[in-house]
Unconditional design. Structure first.
Length: 354
């Protein structure tokens, strides 16, 4: 049955299935085999083009099976992807450890991905994430995976969104994506999840923290973490400040008003309530159809970004452009020609060879 279905996908792609690798990984994913899931994620992260083709075949099969599943069970069977962002040390991982455990107790399987698109350093983060999620990393119903290295085709954005699809194929119906707030990472993550959650610590003063307005407008839920011990009063104040600030902002969604809640991840307080809020958001956006519309938009956006990225790098790597660029740049800098004339002359040289 699997082979027959998969055969169709291979036929659709017009290529022969790679020596059993794709079929083996697909079968492994469908029986929720963790080693196969890890291997499949490594496969999508490869920069080897032959393996990359196999990875895309695997993903095509995963997508087609997912479509069948949703056609059969309806939209309520869609997974739920939640982005968790916030300043360094806000307690994102501690929160994930806590909510992840709670969610698995409610019968779900939880995937946790960490993304750091601006960083070229990885390896160390695996240990970091696992030690910061001591409960979840031992939980058989959870799967934690750190950010891959950048510098691969389509970058971390592609591999993370593809890793989400693989996790879902292996039955992880709730996927959290953690990223450190940097002003850029948040947008990258917001474009690959259904819900965006901001985790912040209580602020000392009475002014709003340096969270950018744009990031707050993206946030469907703001969690003021560390609302325990000496920080309880500060957490209350911070919550009030964010509630009033949000009143003056444009909500991201027309079916949802952003919420601000206090939690203590170490004590596990407010964690259950934050999960209930997430479920309410999911219900609201599923019934208004925003949920599926957002995913559709994210997919086309991602495709065009990859096209843009490819075209830009092909242009800059072109030998004719490499030969001409300094000369034309100098002409533009010294005001001999306008920037538009310079751009057109480079584009013409590039197009002439096509
Ligand atoms: N008091 C208190 N401390 C907390 C709470 N949550 C996290 N912490 C502490 O805050 C520190 C940072 O926690 P992490 O969970 O690693 O924070 P993070 O946001 O994931 O950090 P990065 O991934 O490095 O940005 C740790 O020392 C935690 O023990 C909380 O609810 N209350
Ligand atoms: Mg963390």
């Amino acid at each position: 049955m699997l082979a027959r279905r998969f055969g169709n996908v291979a036929a659709h792609l017009g290529t022969k299935v790679d020596d059993g690798l794709v079929e083996r990984l697909l079968a492994g994913l469908l029986r929720a085999d963790r080693a196969c899931l890890a291997e499949a994620i490594t496969l999508i992260e490869t920069s080897n083009l032959t393996k990359q083709r196999a990875a895309q075949q695997l993903l095509a099969a995963v997508l087609s099976l997912e479509k069948e599943r949703i056609a059969q069970h309806g939209k309520a069977a869609l997974s739920f992807r939640i982005g968790i962002s916030g300043p360094p040390g806000a307690g994102k991982s501690t929160f994930l450890d806590s909510i992840g455990s709670h969610v698995t107790e409610n019968g779900h399987k939880v995937g946790c991905l960490t993304v750091d698109p601006s960083s070229r350093i990885t390896g160390g983060s695996l240990l970091g994430d696992k030690t910061r999620m001591p409960n979840l990393s031992k939980n058989p119903r959870a799967f934690i995976r750190p950010s891959p290295t950048s510098g691969i085709l389509g970058g971390v954005t592609r591999t993370t969104s593809e890793a989400i699809l693989l996790l879902e194929a292996a039955g992880f119906d709730i996927v959290f994506v953690e990223t450190v707030g940097s002003g850029q990472n948040e947008y990258v993550v917001a474009d690959m999840v259904d819900m965006f959650v901001l985790v912040i610590p209580p602020s000392g003063g009475d002014e709003l923290q340096a969270v950018k307005r744009g990031i707050m407008e993206l946030s469907h839920l703001v969690l003021v973490n560390k609302a325990d011990g000496d920080l309880i009063a500060a957490a209350r104040r911070t919550q009030a400040e964010y509630i009033s600030a949000l009143k003056f902002m444009t909500p991201e969604s027309s079916s949802w008003t952003s919420k601000v809640q206090r939690i203590s991840s170490v004590k596990g307080e407010g964690v259950r309530e934050s999960w209930l809020t997430m479920l309410k958001f999911r219900d609201a956006s599923l019934s208004s159809d925003e949920f599926t519309k957002r995913r559709a938009q994210q997919n086309s956006l991602r495709m065009w970004r990859m096209v843009d990225e490819h075209l830009r790098s092909a242009f800059h790597a072109d030998p004719e452009i490499v030969r001409l660029r300094h000369e034309v740049e100098k002409d533009v800098q010294q005001g001999r020609i306008t920037p538009l004339a310079g751009a057109l002359s480079l584009i013409d040289s590039y197009n002439r060879k096509r």
